[in-house]
Design a protein around this ligand. Structure first.
Ligand code: NAD
Ligand code: ZN
Length: 238
């Protein structure tokens, strides 16, 4: 492992462009419940069934209660050493892009400036009628929140079955195509486009490294795997 870390550090030193792609695993050491982990269930509901447009249509109160619970947990949480290491890496590269699937806002809190929030943010709400979006950090939130137009407000996140914001996706593919090194941190690669971004970078010649305590579907296709926790491994790269 030490030899691998040294090899990666020398790659990082030579590179001009770096892309970091993160998933729920980066925030798990801060205490944000993942969807698939053992802590995933809420009142016996499966998050995968709640984070859908159909669930919101059917029972917006239930979905909002779940988001209110998540927002309340996340509001009391701090970024961990992985978030801070990524914010520090950003300062060292002329070309740097952070692509995150996380909606918790912890990267921004840790000081990352160039983050593409592919799946949106739980701190932004959007109106299902007029499409207006605005920041909202109320915890607890008054259920059901409404827009000034009277429409229902929903979390501005990408739910299962929904399309990703086009601009963000385009920028993510651009950055991945131009990366010299890509770090894939704490993502299972099950939810697209995470896997395709990593493979795009690899196909375009980047040195792609996975940092994850578990093997993933991507593991076999990348250049290096560092097996361990993001909060422990990321700071060693600085
Ligand atoms: P995932 O739940 O599918 O996978 C998490 C990955 O993180 C796993 O491969 C796991 O082995 C790894 N992991 C766990 N602990 C780790 C650690 N300490 N260090 C490094 N890796 C660790 O997550 P995903 O791939 O991001 O996809 C889940 C979807 O759910 C995304 O769409 C995301 O938007 C959403 N989600 C977001 C949050 C959040 O914002 N924090 C939390 C849960 C789910
Ligand atoms: Zn509205």
């Amino acid at each position: 492992m030490r030899i691998q870390i040294e090899k990666l550090k020398s790659r990082l030193k030579k590179a001009r462009s770096l892309v970091v792609l993160t998933g729920a695993g980066v925030s798990s050491e801060s205490g944000v419940p993942t969807f698939r982990g053992a802590d995933g269930l809420w009142r016996n509901h499966d998050p995968m069934a709640l984070a859908t447009p159909e669930a919101f249509e059917e029972d917006p109160v239930l979905v909002w209660e779940w988001y209110d619970w998540r927002r309340s947990i996340i509001s009391k949480i701090q970024p961990n050493p992985a978030h801070y290491a990524i914010a520090e890496l950003e300062k060292r590269y002329a070309e740097f892009t952070l692509i995150t699937q996380n909606v918790d806002g912890l990267h921004l809190l840790a000081g990352s400036q160039k983050a593409i929030e592919l799946h949106g943010s739980i701190w932004t709400l959007k109106c299902v009628e007029c499409g207006n979006s605005s920041e909202n950090r109320e915890v607890p939130i008054k259920i059901l929140p409404r827009c000034s137009c009277g429409g229902l407000l929903r979390p501005s996140v990408v739910w299962f079955g929904e399309a990703l914001p086009e601009g963000a996706l385009y920028r993510a593919f651009e950055a991945s195509s131009n990366a010299e090194v890509m770090l894939v941190v704490g993502t299972s690669g099950v939810v697209q486009p995470a896997a395709s971004l990593a493979l795009r970078a690899k196909g375009a010649g980047a040195f792609v490294v996975e940092i994850n305590p578990e093997e993933t579907q991507l593991s076999g296709s990348l250049d290096m795997r560092l097996s361990g926790k993001a909060g422990e491994l990321m700071p060693t790269l600085l």
